[in-house]
Design a protein around this ligand. Structure first.
Ligand code: GTR
Length: 411
């Protein structure tokens, strides 16, 4: 066999993926990956890879939910240090102001509330809005909170515009409250402006010390979801023990991170979150770490860039992000034409998180059990579907999320 650049490249990838005895020096890996084609959409060309074991804790193997507690802290710390960055928690002062209240919204089916959430920290302040429709039925309602990363018109509170992206009317009929926050009000989705939102509150660039918070835009969107939750726990018409966080694509990545950082979200829903979301990073298919860090350098912690083309060196993979949701409920959704998000990699991530959910007795999701199109798979407190069609959040997806919530919340 001739050691042409391509052969050399394949060899290095296989050896690295297998985590075998041979270790390439980082500079060799960097050169090899620079020669690798940018992305792959051919299943037959996916090299072998080995995932880190979520149950292999520093102080030994994890066998019980009690042992998982410290392992979970380790994994959360690794994600903070290498992927999403460290975020502040609740600001020094947090206040809520009702901007609008309409008890006869949706032809009387729901009450609309628009809430301004104001944060103050060291003389600085930031505000953003939460829109909330609560069904006019007795008892506190379970709720879906969407991190909206699409135009605000997709979540129009006046309902003059009814986008299929956020089908409020249909979900309210099913007994669910529907809430949304706008990602752009928390961190503008722009490489030059992303610090202008909530991040400016905690900016310590003048301190001369290393930054306390290394968060990127995804973590800022997740932080906003937690501040929205701070309001929701105060609203008697919302069942705070049954709040689901939902996001699509980049919003799905943020929803997963919100669920990892904030255990008050009882259900986490990732729709086509792809790279940096549910999809396995070590699986070379669709978007890669290098591509996402190049196109969206401000989404993640600066440290994440060290893994461009070096996924095998990451101390985590995304199945461990899914595992951080355990023992809460988790639903992952893909679309078959959305190859950039790697539907199979999103499914395999759910499968690889099985040992952790298994600590609570959930049946494993097998690697070969990817369900047929438009046929949700539910196993214990986890669900997965792959919908026919393109990259989008659709009424079909929402109906499946509600079916799953009905089941795990025994509605
Ligand atoms: C793409 C990006 C994906 C995903 C998507 C979206 O450009 O590469 O990771 O976030 O945008 O948000 O629709």
């Amino acid at each position: 066999m001739q050691l042409t650049p391509t052969v050399f490249l394949c060899l290095s990838i296989v050896l690295l993926a297998q985590g075998g005895g041979w270790r390439a020096k980082p500079d060799v890996v960097a050169r090899a990956s620079a020669q690798r084609p940018d992305t792959n959409h051919d299943e037959a060309r996916v090299p072998r890879y080995t995932l880190p074991d979520p149950l292999a804790g520093r102080s030994g193997p994890v066998r019980t939910p009690a042992q998982w507690t410290s392992r979970r802290d380790e994994i959360l710390g690794l994600f903070r240090d290498t992927v999403y960055g460290r975020s502040p928690g609740r600001p020094e002062h947090l206040a809520f102001a009702i901007l609008e209240e309409n008890p006869r919204a949706l032809d009387g089916a729901a009450t609309l509330r628009r809430v301004r959430i104001v944060s103050r920290q060291a003389q600085r302040s930031h505000q953003f809005e939460l829109t909330l429709f609560v069904p006019n039925t007795p008892g506190p309602a379970p709720l879906f909170l969407l991190i909206n990363n699409r135009p605000a018109s997709n979540t129009d509170a006046s309902r003059k515009e009814k986008s299929t992206f956020w089908p409020v009317e249909a979900l309210v009929v099913r007994g669910y409250a529907m809430a949304t926050i706008q990602a752009g009000q928390l961190a503008p989705d722009d490489k030059d402006a992303f610090r202008a939102g909530a991040m400016a509150l905690f900016d310590d660039a003048d301190s001369g010390k290393p930054p306390a918070y290394t968060w990127g835009a995804l973590a800022a969107w997740a932080w906003g979801a937690s501040r929205a939750m701070d309001y929701l726990v105060t609203d008697a018409r919302v069942d705070a023990a049954r709040v689901a966080i939902v996001g699509h694509s980049r919003g799905g990545k943020a929803a997963l991170w919100a669920g990892a950082e904030d255990p008050r979200f009882a259900l986490v829903v990732s729709n086509e979150s792809g790279e940096g979301g549910a999809a396995l990073s070590r699986r070379w298919y669709g978007e890669t770490v290098a591509r996402i860090n190049t196109a969206f350098p401000y989404w993640f912690a600066p440290a994440y860039k060290a893994f461009n083309g070096r996924e095998a060196a990451l101390p985590v993979d995304q199945h461990m992000l899914l595992a951080l949701i355990a023992p809460r409920a988790l639903y992952v959704a893909s679309a078959d034409e959305d190859l950039w998000a790697d539907p199979r990699g999103e499914f395999l991530s759910q499968a690889a998180a099985s040992p952790v959910f298994g600590l609570w007795g959930d049946p494993p999701i097998g690697q070969d059990a990817m369900p047929p199109l438009d046929t949700p798979l539910v196993s214990g407190r986890r669900g997965y579907h792959v919908r026919t069609g393109t990259h989008d959040l659709t009424p079909y997806d929402w109906d499946r999320f509600a079916d799953f919530a009905d089941r795990v919340w025994k509605k």
